[in-house]
Design a protein around this ligand. Sequence first.
Ligand code: PRP
Length: 178
Amino acid sequence: MNRAIEKIIMDEKVIQNQVRELGERISSDYEGETPVLVCILKGAFIFLSDLVRNMSIPVELDFMMVSSYGDEATSSGIVQIKKDIDTDITGRHVIIVEDIVDTGLTLDYLYRYFANHNPASVKVCAFLDKPEAHQVDLKIDYLGFEIGNEFVVGYGLDYAQKYRNLPYIGILKREIYE
Ligand code: PRP
């Protein structure tokens, strides 16, 4: 285990099982359709790549980069679009793919942003959710796991751009970010 990690809360096996189930559920719900999966960079890149490999329907992929955290451990609540999607989503089924929902401000913004472009539908698929931290009402259509208010890294999630490559979700030691 990485020395900066206090505890592993989801190991590779647990993660892969859950992602497989999500992929199967989405494939069955969108049978006959070709949804556009929008990966919210950077954090969701690993989740997206595992998710699509567990889907049996055709999909299109696009990538959006937004930032609300900077290098801080807490959310600033300010959403900035750093890279927009290229796909014309008019009349398309859009699935927003996120690694984590914390305050929910990013997702709330993104949902409204996509909904304004006349898609056929917009749904949300998030790997982790911290319900205690929400500052807005949200609907997560496809969720991997709920977690408490601890600071987690790995499986795409960073602290100051590090630890994204850990194959598990771990709680970061307080001394690393305090
Ligand atoms: C994280 C995460 C979400 C957002 C969630 O991104 O990927 O996009 O924060 O926080 P919220 O619910 O409080 O809005 P971050 O800005 O850290 O960028 P990253 O994905 O590049 O790490």
